[in-house]
Design a protein around this ligand. Structure first.
Ligand SMILES: Cc1ncc(COP(=O)(O)O)c(C=O)c1O
Length: 451
């Protein structure tokens, strides 16, 4: 099938290649074979500069639970804009936004706004270390926490390798990592190493549920960290306000000490927050005592913290979230997608399965010949091994993403996507037809196996 002509996209890419470092603005936007240049979005769909339409399961990297251009969010942004974009001072919307977060997120006794998920995890690690006066934070293989030096390793296989050039090796000495599968091993580790301040985890399992956690893992981790005197930090940058209005912690009934939030919190504008127990968050207090204020607190600045336009968008989005309706709608649409895509794999006998909590979906395709030989049904392929789930061949995932796009569907990363409250049954059915064409082409190219 000839590819649709994309003259404007070609032209933008030529210009981008002459001006943008790395040709794109984010590693996951790499050309395949060209980047997408999106001009507008409405609800669950978006359009590129050449007028091609996509059902959007990237959803602003997970920020758009309400879909693109939600009228209430747009109106709130316009109202705030007219009053001035930025004051560098606190302002009424800042307080209102914080009160909403406090009301929704169980552990949010106090709130400190930042500008992204990366800033939220950076600050949580600093606060945990400062509160405990200890240096190490335990993390888990395959869990993603942003791109700052402390956490840029460990989420893509091989997990023990460096995450990026330019990070001094000694950073890793303070970020030990374990697989998220064996509570006894974690217990032993925390009981033995006296220098651990906190444990950070994606409560969905790594990469918003791509690598599921064993049953009762979170409650077990809560018990161990409390007993060992170590702070438990949930990275709810994706799951916050998505898995339930109160995030994964409300859904699973496990309350951490600190939580990192971003994406949905700011209604599609830049923003994030680090929230947590009031006694821990006193570490930010300025008391007027010079010795305390210079040496006994956490330093945190940031020109755009709680910027008014982000606050306005966040308040509008979270007001909807608080009703529970967006979560319920997005969850139902994602359940329909997972069931429909599963039915496609079943009918075609493709060696793989579709899974994912809440309004996420992930597809695992089996490529290991030994496991293929041993499996008598698709269910035999189910696994929780991070190396398998995050180790799909690059040629397969890039062909999958390219073919889905050619068929009018855009996903977030690997084989995975997020569904919004704006996605309709028609969107999901159309996306299912695109998925079927995609897996058939992948099978014909020899990239997928059948059972
Ligand atoms: C779980 C998790 N933590 C942290 C981050 C980093 O957030 P940001 O991209 O806003 O820096 C992400 C981004 O996708 C994420 O998925």
């Amino acid at each position: 099938m000839p590819l649709p002509a994309k003259p404007k996209t070609e032209e933008y890419f030529q210009r981008a290649s002459r001006v943008l470092a790395g040709k794109v603005g984010h590693d996951l936007r790499a050309p395949n074979p060209l980047p997408l240049y999106i001009e507008r979005g409405v609800g669950g769909r978006k359009w590129d500069v050449d007028g091609n339409e996509y059902i959007d399961f990237l959803g602003g990297n997970g920020a758009l639970l309400l879909g693109h251009a939600h009228p209430d969010v747009a109106a709130a942004i316009q109202k705030a804009l007219a009053l001035g974009t930025h004051f560098g001072s606190d302002h009424p919307l800042h307080i209102e936004w914080a009160e909403l977060v406090q009301r929704l997120i169980p552990c949010a006794e106090r709130v400190r706004f930042v500008n992204s998920g990366t800033e939220a995890t950076l600050l949580a690690l600093r606060v945990a270390r400062a509160h405990k006066r200890k240096n190490k934070i335990l993390r888990f293989d395959g869990h993603f926490h942003g791109w700052h030096d402390d956490v840029v390793h460990g989420y893509n296989p091989p997990f023990e390798a460096d995450g990026s050039l330019g990070v001094p090796p000694r950073v890793r000495e303070n970020m030990p990592a374990l697989p998220a599968d064996d509570l006894n091993r974690i217990d032993d580790f925390l009981a033995t190493d006296g220098d651990v301040a906190g444990v950070i985890i994606e409560p969905s399992g790594g990469s918003w549920g791509r690598v599921p956690l064993p049953p009762n893992f979170l409650s077990g981790l809560r018990e161990i960290t409390a007993r060992c005197g170590v702070l438990l930090i949930f990275d709810e940058v994706v799951t916050g306000f998505r898995f339930s209005p109160g995030g994964a912690q409300q859904l699973y009934g496990v309350t951490p000490d600190l939580t990192c939030l971003a994406k949905i919190i700011a209604g599609g504008m830049p923003g994030g927050a680090m929230v947590g127990r009031a006694d821990v968050m006193t570490i930010f207090d300025i008391t007027g005592d010079p010795e305390h204020d210079r040496y006994q607190r956490v330093t945190h600045l940031g020109t755009f913290n709680a910027a008014p336009v982000s606050a306005a968008a966040g308040i509008a989005a979270l007001t909807h979230v608080a009703t529970g309706e967006p979560t319920a709608r997005a969850d139902a649409a994602a359940a329909r997608l997972r069931a429909s895509w599963e039915a496609v794999l079943d009918r075609l006998g493709i060696a793989g399965y579709v899974y994912g909590p809440s309004s996420t979906f992930h597809v695992y395709f089996e490529t290991d010949s030994e496991r293929l030989r041993a499996a008598s049904s698709r269910h035999d392929l189910e696994t929780r091994e991070p190396l398998r789930l995050k180790g799909l061949p690059g040629a397969l995932t890039s062909a999958y993403q390219r073919l889905l796009r050619e068929n009018g569907v855009d996903v977030m990363s690997s084989t995975s996507g997020v569904v919004s409250a704006a996605h309709t049954d028609a969107d999901i059915d159309e996306a299912t037809a695109a998925f079927e064409k995609t897996v058939l082409a992948l099978r014909d190219e020899g990239l997928l196996q059948t059972l």
